[in-house]
Design a binder for this molecule. Structure first.
Ligand code: NAI
Length: 341
């Protein structure tokens, strides 16, 4: 692979997010092309054929990996499948992009790490998409240039719009719970913004405000957590599945000389409505509306890194650490006790 060759990619999983990645890879990512798709569902493969015009369609993942000339895979499958699918792809000699989180299990994270070290010429990246959002990038650069002094505290929230269909109640048992599924993004951001400090102690709590069905799998629809890091750095987190107004991701970084806030008032458009009820704006309805550009930047970054043979700034160690902290939060939620790391 060199900077002039087109990266041939196969997509695995064509669900809620896989379809978006597939459209990006086919139409919008320079230097890449989508050549094959894999899903166990005939209906999803039919969608890929009819909507994307992809003719190399596989019901079986191993058959996709054997596709002639394939350079890389995009894994957009249920989280429990990520570790094994990454390992299989590496053994087949493919670069791997895999959606977050890397895994729900720490031993699995370590197995993936160990396998990746056996294939140093292959890139593996976990999709912590917010790192590729223009506003988060800007904030990171400002922190690096010292504009808020020494950052010591992060508040980060991921709040999803209330879904009356109860999608999350069905999704929850395999998601790892609210902290590993949602807050894992915020955990990654906090580590990134604070300069990757070592976590020391975690405490978490939560409640079921609306989705009573979550009780059966020990999950909550609103969760809060604190993570203390070495050198007195602290991050606090909030995740919710019950916001009435839309998707609201906000991060605030406080330093010794200032504060940066990213995403406060997540406007859908730059339209302000003034009427008899007051002044307001509409909110981004879903995570994809908020991070659509970042998903494209993320895929473009991954493809460029392979074509230019550059190392990735977002590593498997970062993804492992995010899972480690998320697991501690889940343990604390259940035990109602702080968890030492
Ligand atoms: P989904 O349930 O809508 O899609 C899962 C897909 O995997 C389906 O197309 C299904 O047919 C396919 N699949 C299942 N078993 C398979 C197998 N053995 N081989 C190949 N394909 C298989 O789930 P969704 O929401 O698209 O999530 C997928 C992943 O993306 C999850 O890991 C989730 O955490 C992550 N995600 C990341 C987000 C972000 O902000 N970066 C947002 C939403 C999801």
């Amino acid at each position: 692979m060199n900077a002039h060759q087109t990266l041939k990619i196969g997509i695995v999983g064509l669900g809620r997010l896989g379809r978006r990645h597939a459209e990006n890879l086919l139409q919008h990512v320079p230097g890449a092309t989508l050549v094959a798709a894999c899903s166990p569902l005939e209906s999803e493969l039919t969608w890929a054929k009819q909507t994307l015009g992809i003719s190399n369609l596989y019901l079986d993942y191993e058959a996709l990996l054997a596709h002639e000339g394939l350079d890389a895979v995009f894994l957009v499958t249920p989280t429990s499948m990520h570790p094994q699918q990454i390992i299989q792809a590496l053994r087949a000699g493919k670069h791997v992009f895999c959606e977050k989180p890397l895994s729900l299990d720490l031993d699995d994270c370590r197995r993936v790490n160990a396998e990746a070290t056996l294939h140093p010429h292959l890139n593996v990246m976990i999709g912590f998409v917010r790192r590729f959002d223009a506003s988060y990038q800007d904030a990171y650069k400002k922190i690096q240039s010292g504009s808020i002094g020494q950052p010591f505290m992060v508040y980060s929230q991921t709040c999803d719009q209330f879904d009356p269909e109860g999608f999350f109640v069905n999704f929850a048992p395999t998601s790892g719970g609210i902290f590993l599924d949602c807050s894992v993004h915020d955990i990654d951001l906090a580590r990134w913004m604070l300069g990757n400090p070592k976590p020391v102690r975690v405490y978490a709590s939560g409640t079921i405000a609306i989705h009573q069905g979550l009780e059966a799998c020990g999950d909550v629809d609103n969760g809060v957590a604190i993570c203390e890091f070495e050198n007195g750095r602290i991050a606090t987190f909030y995740a919710s599945r019950t916001m009435p107004h839309g998707h609201e991701t906000v991060t605030e970084v406080t330093g010794t000389a200032g504060r940066l806030t990213i995403g406060r008032n997540p406007r859908q458009h730059r339209v302000e409505i003034a009427d008899a009820t007051g002044i307001r704006n509409e909110c981004t309805p879903t995570f994809f509306d908020r991070f659509e550009d970042a998903f494209l930047s993320e895929a473009t970054y991954f493809v460029n890194a392979i074509r230019k043979q550059e190392p990735l700034s977002l590593t498997l160690d970062d993804a492992t650490e995010a899972t480690r902290i998320g697991i501690a939060m889940r343990e604390s939620l259940v035990s109602k006790l702080p968890v030492m790391l």
